[in-house]
Design a protein around this ligand. Structure first.
Ligand SMILES: NC(=O)c1ccc[n+]([C@@H]2O[C@H](COP(=O)([O-])OP(=O)(O)OC[C@H]3O[C@@H](n4cnc5c(N)ncnc54)[C@H](O)[C@@H]3O)[C@@H](O)[C@H]2O)c1
Length: 252
């Protein structure tokens, strides 16, 4: 079984959904954890839940698109635990998509880019001095929609997630010599928080699942297990990779 004993992980967007699932899985495998999310109440609740399950965890409220918030997230890891080894750039999402192209405003466009692309970049930048100290693992959250066309989301979301794929490969080249591995996970159609499930209720799920050879939507644990692999030494020779966790969507 993978062990992260002694390691410190920062997981952004971890008050709920996939980020929470990743955080709790890393903690169960021995990591000390910083939860970071712009939902301050959710962040506190997640911290309490994980502490009562025995995890060593601190929570920081903040927006990954704001550099001083990002610096506070990284600072919390160093203050509480003295180091940082694993950065999971999970915060992001489609911010109100799907929207008709005609309805997308400059604000919508910029918000999706800020939450996903800008946030990922500045989290990496803030974490870098600490990751360079001992080597480490960065995991960026891409999406099936950044890998191929799908009309289920808006174009700006696909563009942001495709940018994360490009940034992951670029960072892997820059940071490999420092012993820092950089990979991405591209989830397919995953059952997630109530917010995400509300979007799914507007879709014809049976129709969507015809594109998925395994015939089901993914569980949050499917993504958490992929993150555990990429965080741990089990993936010690893997960098610059995009791990598609999508039930075989691209096998068609
Ligand atoms: N659910 C899916 O099917 C799916 C598929 C592909 C990719 N993804 C990606 O996985 C990640 C998690 O998705 P989810 O389904 O758990 O979403 P979610 O909306 O349930 O949870 C996202 C969490 O991130 C937080 N967050 C969002 N933007 C933030 C910001 N700028 N700063 C700090 N916190 C922020 C939210 O408050 C929320 O707690 C996202 O990057 C999403 O794009 C999800």
């Amino acid at each position: 079984m993978a062990t992260l004993t002694g390691k410190v992980a920062l997981v952004t967007g971890s008050a709920q959904g996939i980020g929470y699932a990743i955080g709790s899985t890393l903690a169960r495998h021995g990591a000390r954890l910083v939860l970071a999310d712009m939902d301050a109440d959710g962040c506190r609740a997640a911290q309490e839940q994980l502490r009562s399950a025995g995890a060593q965890v601190v929570a920081v409220a903040g927006n990954v698109a704001v550099v001083k918030d990002v610096e506070a997230m990284v600072g919390a890891a160093v203050t509480a635990f003295g180091r940082l080894d694993i950065l999971v750039n999970n915060a992001g999402g489609s911010a109100q998509t799907p929207l008709r192209i005609e309805d997308v405003t400059e604000e919508h466009f910029d918000r999706v880019m800020a939450w996903n692309v800008r946030g990922t970049f500045f989290c990496v930048k803030a974490a870098l001095p600490h990751l360079k100290a001992r080597g480490g693992s960065i995991i960026n959250m891409a999406s099936i929609s950044g890998r191929g066309g799908t009309e289920l989301v808006s174009p700006q979301y696909s563009a942001a997630k495709a940018a994360i794929v490009g940034m992951t490969r670029n960072l892997a080249k820059h940071l490999g010599p420092h012993g820092i591995r950089v990979n991405a996970i591209a989830p397919g159609f995953i059952k997630s928080s109530p917010r995400v499930e509300a979007i799914w209720r507007t879709r014809n799920e049976a129709e969507v699942l015809k594109m998925v050879p395994l015939g089901r939507r993914g569980e949050m644990d499917d993504i958490a297990q992929a993150a555990l692999f990429l965080a741990s030494d089990a993936s010690g020779y893997v960098t610059g990779a995009v791990l598609d966790v999508n039930g075989g969507f691209f096998a068609l």
